[in-house]
Design a protein around this ligand. Sequence first.
Ligand code: F6R
Length: 623
Amino acid sequence: MCGIVGYAGTSSRVVDHDALDVLIEGLRRLEYRGYDSAGVAVVADGAIHSRKKAGKLANLENEIAEAPLPKSMTGIGHTRWATHGGPSDGNAHPHLADGGKLAMIHNGIIENFAGIKAELVAEGATFLSETDTEVAAALLGKLYTTEAAGDLTLAMQLAVARLEGAFTLLAVHEDHPGVVVAARRNSPLVLGLGDGENFLGSDVSGFIDFTRRAVELGQDQIVTITPDTHTITDFQGNPAEGKEFTVDWDAASAEKGGFASFMEKEIYDQPAAVADTLLGRSDANGRLTLDELRISPEELAKISKIVVLACGTSAYAGSVAKYAIESWCRIPVEVELSHEFRYREPIVDENTLIVSISQSGETMDTLMAVRYAKEQGAKTLSICNTNGSTIPRESDAALYTHAGPEIAVASTKAFLAQITATYLLGLYLAQLRGNLFQGQIKDILADLGKIPAKIQDILDRGEEIKSVARKMAQVPSVLFLGRHVGYPVAMEGALKLKEIAYIHAEGFAAGELKHGPIALIEQDQPVFVVVPSPRGRDSLHSKVVSNIQEVRARGANTLVIAESGDEDVRAYAEFVFYVPETPTLLMPLLTTVPLQLFACELASAKGYDVDQPRNLAKSVTVE
Ligand code: F6R
């Protein structure tokens, strides 16, 4: 939610960037975080100059083209996902204070803003927007001119001491050209180190065009950047350290690379996402070597229960993991939506392993659930795609997915990489606990190793399902059925369609059909059915084939995803897409792909922006 970028540079360096160019480039890359409005403020000629506009970044760029900004070396930029106040020009960030001398941008929610606002109004302050951010700016402006006596960093320290909630705040003041001050609590912020210039971003994509040297900032920290320095303290002003890391992907991996959308490109990135996530994690004998896990093998061997915490697509990855881990390790696995978890007094203790799954590593619901579980004594392991993000940093252990940057709001390649990582975790636990023979683990790893080529095969035949999607652009509703590991795949297929094509879509466990959902079936209702392998578990296949017949008998238009060679389904399907043969537990890595292609193509056929669907944001950093 909300993308933030800050820049402090100098004109004396070899390449002298205009702050505006750096900010706009950063916002372009961060726009996936929110696109309700965009704005910038730069410090130039002893004054703050700001432009902001509702809607996508392009609107701001048009605004700046009409009313250009002076060249500057310092500035802040923001792309918004609205929380307090609708997506209007007035509510767009930056917000000004101290008589227009100070500008502030914000990501998060300041929970006690109403009380502070009332106090400031009583002192004579007036507000132009409905945002909590303008209140924080006014507070900072007041403290700057009073208690902090013109020290912007000190003013930030004093301001954050009054604020409750989640926030990343960035501020510039006309008295301090070349200085950006930032503070973070429960909301992301990364520092980028350049040569004679420094950067701040919600994540590294905010400055990836300029540097790959980044510093992970801790919770409750303040950072002040100038072109040549960065100073990190805690909220009390005590010196603090950040952890430097090198960004291991380059700007090109965050480009569309000839595809019509990031989503389409990311679907086609999936063979690499799975292969890279498997890479280097086992030896030639099939022995898993997850050295990066910071929980000792002894502790992992002792766990008696796993609780997976995640939201949305990541939670469906967790549901797939449940089938695999329970089967391989014989450990009970519960999968819970993060936002439901901590409000029901869950039973977790030091023998519980919490596995959080988050592409961004910043989802507030998941972060809060992990913190809660940690307080209860549980071990926490984060499966995450974003280096330098909060959830892995606060967890006892991290297992990174190597999907590369995921820009489209709808998750695709991160999902397959998450499933792959949970398989690695399951096999590692089975190895530690002796639940599987080494030879069995080796065989499963070999099957996993074949998955990227099988995904490629599906992608190469993508037109088969895309042509169906184009014909279905006008359908008002689509249902998805699956059993066993096909059930979370059905849920994910429905979610993709809802979020980018705005079509009513529901995923069901096929066995649940007769308990209610079958009442929805009427003539020509499209129903996708994810069919298990006919070689798989006894009777599972025949039960799903019966389910296809049941909906078809009631008029449904049946679209089937089945394993290559499954002739049983043909008689009952209007359309069949075959995926290559693979062991049942690994099937979701294949059966998901045609459903992603279907949603992406259908939404594109409707003319929608598949990368930035309405009302959504990539990184959900508010509860
Ligand atoms: C759906 C989607 C969301 C995310 C969810 C969790 O396509 O992207 O449902 O999966 O918001 O996000 P992360 O994985 O970043 O915690």
